[in-house]
Design a binder for this molecule. Structure first.
Ligand code: PNS
Length: 164
């Protein structure tokens, strides 16, 4: 039987508990879950791709069916390279829907074998985004418990350094 491989793509700058919740929900549904980190250094991310890969790998170490890789170029081309046909995206609110709908249809047009599966995060995590966490963290707000502890420590260090 062919293995069912899902790709969960994103910027993950940094990974937070909402992402983790989606990944954990994917684990029993697929033989392998490839977390695909977009190489978007041009957008001045807070963490380099290498740092993001390292943090995600550490957090997912307990899930042997999860693999973490970076990619550049089209997502559908990356999917072909890893032999995956399913893209997983989290849908937090109606506001996510329009962009996600457009991306799903464009990806399908680019590669008709690719299907997008939308997953809904735990309700108490549904408001999280990496952008909001960075903003609140940089203004001194408490974001502990919304990101894995290792990420919290790295995030605090990085935000303090950026302030200097
Ligand atoms: O975490 P994000 O920023 O919402 O993730 C967006 C991502 C990485 C899924 C999207 O930007 C993407 O797939 N980029 C790769 C380039 C690509 O394939 N673009 C066309 C998408 S229809």
């Amino acid at each position: 039987m062919k293995s069912r491989i899902a790709v969960y793509p994103g910027s993950f700058d940094p990974i937070h508990d909402g992402h983790l919740d989606i990944i954990q929900r994917c684990v029993p549904m697929f033989d392998e879950v490839v977390v695909a980190v977009l190489q978007n250094e041009g957008k001045s991310p807070l963490f380099s791709v290498g740092e993001r890969l390292e943090m995600i790998r550490a957090v997912l170490a307990e899930f042997p069916s999860c693999r973490v890789e970076s990619f550049s170029g089209l997502l559908v081309d990356f999917m072909d390279r890893v032999g995956a046909r399913v893209v997983v995206r989290g849908l937090r609110a109606v506001s996510d829907f329009e962009t996600e709908f457009q991306m799903a249809l464009m990806n399908r047009r680019l590669n008709p074998r690719v299907e997008t599966v939308f997953m809904v995060p735990r309700e108490d995590l549904a408001y999280l985004s990496s952008r909001l966490l960075k903003e609140v963290g940089s203004l001194g707000g408490d974001i502990r418990g919304l990101v894995p502890e290792t990420v919290f420590v790295r995030l605090r260090e990085r935000l303090v350094k950026r302030e200097r």
